[in-house]
Ligand binder design. Structure first.
Ligand code: FAD
Length: 439
């Protein structure tokens, strides 16, 4: 009787899971294992919102595994050591795990390799559609610009989508720990897990995506990011299904999945980009804790910025357009260090992801992969364009709900009780001109 371990990490699903597929193909029995590693908490990545979502994911994964005749084993502790303990208890010969790009994932893999040697099998096309490093420009280890990356990504072979296993055999008598999580949590978090993810994908209308993805009030993007972050859905499966469907909405959606892969391949090649400028512009950031706190609290006096920050606090999620304009406001208008904003996002986002968060922040701050690093988003123009009727602001800033239409974007004219703008509108306009290099 041979036994293998399927070590779940950012692939908390049964459908299209190369790790689970390989583990069950390689042995008679498989131990589905998840290890809650204190190193994740120590690195500050275990925000309460994500832990609550993770707890849902694990409960759902266990229920799905039980329907196949198996179950999920959860252990707490250092990943490599705990995996070795379970391998000894179960008599497992091999360990299968997905490749990751973060520093934590690399350390985890190195720890497993040290203990398991060639009994460890790392699967590189589990988290992204195209594995980091699979496509690269001549003489370089990664693409630094999205457009040529996207062209190469479209031509790269995508792995075949795998079905979910119907029956699994797992050794009996292996103990499992409980996962208890403590708050404070955002009051309106999405439900985690593969079941909720597949339901969301089935209900969501991809065809409309190209036309509505920037409309803040419509709120009609997929909201699949937390499920993609925890791997409740496979990006490969989503891309395959969308490409099969075709049309401009599906194409635009698949392009966003390519952005996700793009940031993963940058981080894989430059792990220090999680903390250091990818392309330094020798910025001397301004330090002002009062301004940073007003931004965090959604009390900058610019309602479109405040609305985004309050959505983040309430839902642990923010619309992409709001992420762009709130980040630009911090880095380009207030000129505060992008790391302050990125850390706040990571402390709340259910989809908070080192590759996507840090590299999107760097893109906005002009220290990343944007080919136009002087690009600045004027919050008032963004408001007029992407929330023309003011409905998004009225939803998240109820004290301004009495202001009609777009008047809600300029409360200094009609609602003097609202916090005064932390930078006066004309000073802001002058700063933005300077940032664009126009003055
Ligand atoms: P959709 O518009 O439906 O897109 C589908 C999927 O494509 C998303 O779920 C996501 O996985 C991927 N995607 C979309 N846009 C991007 C992008 N710009 N970069 C990478 N992947 C993308 N995304 C995260 O998943 N985690 C983060 O921590 C994160 N932090 C961000 C921080 C900033 C400052 C900015 C500007 C963007 C950030 N994003 C992050 C990217 C993007 O905002 C979210 O992925 C998106 O808003 C999630 O909503 P959705 O699932 O409805 O996206």
């Amino acid at each position: 009787m041979t036994v293998s371990i399927a070590l779940f990490t950012q692939d908390l699903r049964l459908h299209d899971n190369p790790v689970l597929h390989a583990a069950r193909t390689a042995a008679d029995q498989v131990v589905p294992l998840f290890v809650l590693d204190p190193a994740v908490e120590a690195a500050g990545f275990a925000a309460p919102n994500r832990l609550a979502f993770l707890a849902d994911c694990l409960t759902d994964l266990d229920a799905s595994l039980r329907r196949t005749g198996s179950r999920l084993i959860v252990r707490r502790g250092a990943t490599a050591e705990q995996t070795a303990v379970v391998a000894a208890e179960a008599g497992a010969g091999t360990v299968h795990v997905a490749a990751g790009v973060s520093t934590f994932a690399r350390r985890r893999e190195a720890g497993l390799l040290a203990l398991f040697g060639d009994r460890l099998h790392v699967h590189d096309a589990s988290v992204t559609v195209v594995p980091p490093g699979r496509v690269a420009p001549a003489g370089r280890d990664h693409y630094a610009v999205f457009t040529p990356y996207h062209r190469a990504w479209q031509q790269a072979p995508h792995r075949t989508v795998l079905g979910a296993p119907r029956a699994l055999r797992t050794p009996t008598g292996i103990g499992s720990d409980n996962l208890t999580v403590g708050g404070p949590f955002s009051p309106s978090l999405p439900r985690g897990g593969e079941t909720a993810a597949r339901e969301r994908w089935r209900r969501w209308d991809v065809d409309a995506y190209a036309d509505v993805h920037d409309d803040l009030a419509a709120d009609e993007t997929s909201r699949l990011s937390p499920y993609l972050h925890f791997g409740c859905l496979s990006a490969t499966e989503l891309a395959a299904r969308a490409l099969q469907r075709g049309g401009s909405g599906a194409e635009a959606f698949v392009r966003q999945l390519a952005w996700r892969d793009f940031h993963h391949q940058v981080l894989a090649a430059r792990p220090d980009a999680a903390h250091r400028d990818y392309r330094t512009r020798d910025d001397r950031w301004h330090h002002d804790e009062r301004e940073a706190e007003a931004w965090r609290q959604g009390r900058t006096g610019y309602p479109i910025v405040d609305a985004g920050m309050r959505q983040l606090a309430h839902e642990g999620w923010m619309h992409n357009r709001a992420r762009l304009l709130t980040a630009s406001f911090l880095a380009k208008s207030l000129h505060l260090d992008w790391r302050i904003g990125a850390a706040h996002f990571l402390s709340l986002l259910v989809d908070g992801d080192v590759a996507n968060n840090q590299l999107n922040w760097q893109w906005v701050a002009g220290t990343g992969t944007d080919t136009r690093p002087n690009r600045v988003l004027n919050p008032l123009r963004q408001a007029d364009r992407f929330d023309p009727d003011g409905a998004y602001v009225r939803r998240w800033v109820p004290e301004l709900a009495h202001l009609p239409g777009p008047a809600v974007h300029r409360p200094w004219l009609l609602a003097p009780e609202y916090p005064e703008p932390i930078i006066a509108p004309d000073t802001l306009a002058a700063r933005l001109r300077r940032a664009r290099g126009l003055d």
